[in-house]
Design a binder for this molecule. Structure first.
Ligand SMILES: Cc1cc2nc3c(=O)[nH]c(=O)nc-3n(C[C@H](O)[C@H](O)[C@H](O)COP(=O)(O)OP(=O)(O)OC[C@H]3O[C@@H](n4cnc5c(N)ncnc54)[C@H](O)[C@@H]3O)c2cc1C
Length: 137
Protein backbone atom coordinates (compact mmCIF):
# COMPACT_ATOMS: atom_id res chain seq x y z
CA UNK A 1 0.00 0.00 0.00
CA UNK A 2 3.05 2.28 -0.17
CA UNK A 3 2.37 2.81 -3.86
CA UNK A 4 -0.43 5.40 -4.22
CA UNK A 5 -1.71 3.56 -7.34
CA UNK A 6 -2.25 0.39 -5.29
CA UNK A 7 -4.03 2.31 -2.57
CA UNK A 8 -6.16 4.09 -5.20
CA UNK A 9 -7.10 0.74 -6.81
CA UNK A 10 -8.26 -0.71 -3.49
CA UNK A 11 -10.16 2.49 -2.66
CA UNK A 12 -11.95 2.14 -6.00
CA UNK A 13 -13.07 -1.35 -5.06
CA UNK A 14 -14.91 0.08 -2.05
CA UNK A 15 -16.07 3.35 -3.58
CA UNK A 16 -17.53 1.85 -6.77
CA UNK A 17 -17.91 -1.92 -6.55
CA UNK A 18 -18.77 -2.44 -2.85
CA UNK A 19 -20.86 0.75 -2.64
CA UNK A 20 -22.95 -0.30 -5.69
CA UNK A 21 -23.46 -3.85 -4.44
CA UNK A 22 -24.51 -2.54 -1.03
CA UNK A 23 -27.01 -0.15 -2.65
CA UNK A 24 -28.50 -2.98 -4.69
CA UNK A 25 -28.76 -5.29 -1.69
CA UNK A 26 -30.38 -2.51 0.33
CA UNK A 27 -32.91 -1.98 -2.46
CA UNK A 28 -33.86 -5.67 -2.15
CA UNK A 29 -33.82 -5.69 1.65
CA UNK A 30 -33.99 -2.29 3.41
CA UNK A 31 -32.62 -3.94 6.57
CA UNK A 32 -29.32 -4.69 4.81
CA UNK A 33 -26.37 -2.72 6.22
CA UNK A 34 -22.66 -2.61 5.48
CA UNK A 35 -20.97 -3.31 8.79
CA UNK A 36 -17.27 -3.04 8.01
CA UNK A 37 -16.35 -0.65 6.60
CA UNK A 38 -19.48 1.39 7.20
CA UNK A 39 -20.77 3.65 4.38
CA UNK A 40 -19.51 6.78 6.17
CA UNK A 41 -15.98 5.33 6.14
CA UNK A 42 -16.27 4.46 2.44
CA UNK A 43 -17.43 8.00 1.68
CA UNK A 44 -14.52 9.60 3.55
CA UNK A 45 -11.23 9.28 1.62
CA UNK A 46 -8.94 9.70 4.64
CA UNK A 47 -10.85 7.27 6.87
CA UNK A 48 -11.12 4.75 4.03
CA UNK A 49 -7.34 4.90 3.46
CA UNK A 50 -6.79 4.35 7.17
CA UNK A 51 -9.24 1.40 7.14
CA UNK A 52 -7.47 -0.19 4.14
CA UNK A 53 -4.01 0.20 5.68
CA UNK A 54 -5.20 -1.41 8.91
CA UNK A 55 -7.15 -4.27 7.34
CA UNK A 56 -5.70 -5.09 3.93
CA UNK A 57 -4.24 -8.59 3.85
CA UNK A 58 -2.97 -11.21 1.41
CA UNK A 59 -5.66 -13.71 0.38
CA UNK A 60 -3.59 -16.44 -1.35
CA UNK A 61 -5.61 -16.17 -4.58
CA UNK A 62 -3.13 -14.83 -7.09
CA UNK A 63 -4.45 -14.72 -10.64
CA UNK A 64 -4.15 -12.97 -13.98
CA UNK A 65 -0.37 -12.50 -14.06
CA UNK A 66 -0.42 -13.84 -17.67
CA UNK A 67 -3.75 -12.30 -18.51
CA UNK A 68 -5.88 -13.61 -21.38
CA UNK A 69 -6.37 -10.60 -23.66
CA UNK A 70 -5.20 -9.33 -27.05
CA UNK A 71 -1.51 -8.39 -27.11
CA UNK A 72 -2.42 -4.77 -27.90
CA UNK A 73 -4.36 -4.65 -24.62
CA UNK A 74 -1.48 -5.97 -22.57
CA UNK A 75 -2.54 -9.62 -22.73
CA UNK A 76 -0.05 -12.50 -22.57
CA UNK A 77 -2.17 -15.39 -23.89
CA UNK A 78 -4.94 -15.63 -26.46
CA UNK A 79 -8.39 -17.12 -25.86
CA UNK A 80 -6.97 -20.64 -26.05
CA UNK A 81 -4.16 -20.02 -23.56
CA UNK A 82 -1.47 -19.84 -26.28
CA UNK A 83 1.26 -17.31 -25.45
CA UNK A 84 1.26 -14.49 -28.00
CA UNK A 85 4.26 -14.74 -30.31
CA UNK A 86 5.56 -18.06 -28.91
CA UNK A 87 4.82 -21.22 -30.84
CA UNK A 88 3.32 -24.17 -28.94
CA UNK A 89 3.56 -22.62 -25.50
CA UNK A 90 0.18 -22.93 -23.79
CA UNK A 91 -0.63 -21.86 -20.24
CA UNK A 92 -3.50 -23.56 -18.41
CA UNK A 93 -3.79 -22.20 -14.89
CA UNK A 94 -5.14 -19.26 -12.90
CA UNK A 95 -2.44 -16.99 -14.26
CA UNK A 96 -4.48 -16.55 -17.47
CA UNK A 97 -7.68 -15.35 -15.77
CA UNK A 98 -8.58 -12.14 -17.60
CA UNK A 99 -10.49 -10.44 -14.78
CA UNK A 100 -10.13 -11.09 -11.08
CA UNK A 101 -12.76 -13.56 -9.90
CA UNK A 102 -14.85 -12.79 -6.84
CA UNK A 103 -14.65 -16.18 -5.14
CA UNK A 104 -12.02 -18.80 -4.43
CA UNK A 105 -9.70 -19.69 -7.26
CA UNK A 106 -9.20 -23.47 -7.28
CA UNK A 107 -12.49 -24.10 -9.14
CA UNK A 108 -11.48 -21.73 -11.98
CA UNK A 109 -8.07 -23.49 -12.09
CA UNK A 110 -9.80 -26.87 -12.58
CA UNK A 111 -12.11 -25.45 -15.23
CA UNK A 112 -9.28 -23.77 -17.13
CA UNK A 113 -7.21 -26.99 -17.02
CA UNK A 114 -10.14 -29.08 -18.27
CA UNK A 115 -11.11 -26.63 -21.00
CA UNK A 116 -7.60 -26.33 -22.40
CA UNK A 117 -7.01 -30.11 -22.16
CA UNK A 118 -10.19 -30.68 -24.15
CA UNK A 119 -9.07 -28.14 -26.74
CA UNK A 120 -5.68 -29.84 -27.04
CA UNK A 121 -7.28 -33.24 -27.57
CA UNK A 122 -8.98 -31.81 -30.65
CA UNK A 123 -5.65 -30.82 -32.19
CA UNK A 124 -3.85 -33.21 -34.52
CA UNK A 125 -0.07 -33.47 -34.56
CA UNK A 126 1.08 -33.10 -38.16
CA UNK A 127 4.83 -33.54 -37.87
CA UNK A 128 7.53 -32.78 -35.36
CA UNK A 129 8.84 -30.08 -37.66
CA UNK A 130 5.59 -28.29 -38.30
CA UNK A 131 4.22 -28.69 -34.82
CA UNK A 132 0.46 -28.75 -34.44
CA UNK A 133 -2.33 -28.15 -36.87
CA UNK A 134 -4.75 -25.44 -35.98
CA UNK A 135 -7.58 -26.28 -33.67
CA UNK A 136 -10.62 -27.85 -35.22
CA UNK A 137 -13.53 -25.60 -34.35
C1 LIG B 1 -2.67 -21.03 1.79
C2 LIG B 1 -3.62 -21.12 0.64
C3 LIG B 1 -4.95 -21.44 0.86
C4 LIG B 1 -5.84 -21.53 -0.20
N1 LIG B 1 -7.13 -21.87 0.04
C5 LIG B 1 -7.98 -22.02 -0.98
C6 LIG B 1 -9.33 -22.45 -0.76
O1 LIG B 1 -9.74 -22.73 0.38
N2 LIG B 1 -10.15 -22.55 -1.82
C7 LIG B 1 -9.75 -22.25 -3.09
O2 LIG B 1 -10.54 -22.36 -4.03
N3 LIG B 1 -8.48 -21.84 -3.33
C8 LIG B 1 -7.60 -21.73 -2.32
N4 LIG B 1 -6.31 -21.32 -2.55
C9 LIG B 1 -5.95 -20.95 -3.93
C10 LIG B 1 -5.69 -22.18 -4.80
O3 LIG B 1 -4.81 -23.06 -4.14
C11 LIG B 1 -5.05 -21.67 -6.10
O4 LIG B 1 -5.87 -20.68 -6.68
C12 LIG B 1 -4.88 -22.79 -7.12
O5 LIG B 1 -4.07 -23.82 -6.59
C13 LIG B 1 -4.23 -22.22 -8.36
O6 LIG B 1 -3.99 -23.27 -9.26
P1 LIG B 1 -2.96 -23.07 -10.41
O7 LIG B 1 -2.93 -24.37 -11.15
O8 LIG B 1 -3.28 -21.82 -11.15
O9 LIG B 1 -1.53 -22.79 -9.68
P2 LIG B 1 -0.73 -23.70 -8.65
O10 LIG B 1 -1.63 -24.63 -7.90
O11 LIG B 1 0.11 -22.73 -7.89
O12 LIG B 1 0.18 -24.59 -9.60
C14 LIG B 1 1.33 -24.06 -10.23
C15 LIG B 1 2.31 -25.20 -10.37
O13 LIG B 1 3.39 -24.78 -11.20
C16 LIG B 1 4.59 -25.21 -10.61
N5 LIG B 1 5.64 -24.32 -11.12
C17 LIG B 1 5.82 -23.01 -10.83
N6 LIG B 1 6.88 -22.54 -11.51
C18 LIG B 1 7.35 -23.56 -12.24
C19 LIG B 1 8.42 -23.69 -13.14
N7 LIG B 1 9.20 -22.64 -13.44
N8 LIG B 1 8.63 -24.86 -13.71
C20 LIG B 1 7.82 -25.92 -13.43
N9 LIG B 1 6.78 -25.87 -12.58
C21 LIG B 1 6.56 -24.69 -12.00
C22 LIG B 1 4.37 -25.12 -9.12
O14 LIG B 1 5.28 -25.94 -8.42
C23 LIG B 1 2.93 -25.61 -9.02
O15 LIG B 1 2.85 -27.01 -8.88
C24 LIG B 1 -5.39 -21.25 -1.53
C25 LIG B 1 -4.06 -20.93 -1.75
C26 LIG B 1 -3.17 -20.87 -0.69
C27 LIG B 1 -1.73 -20.56 -0.97
Amino acid sequence: MKNPDDLGAVKNIYQTYIRNIAAQLQAIDPAYRLISPTPDIINDDARLEEFIKENFAHNHHQQGSLRMAPLRNGGVVDRRGAVHGVRDLIVADDSIIPFTVDGNTSAPAFLIGLTIAEQLRKRKPVSRRRGWEDFEE
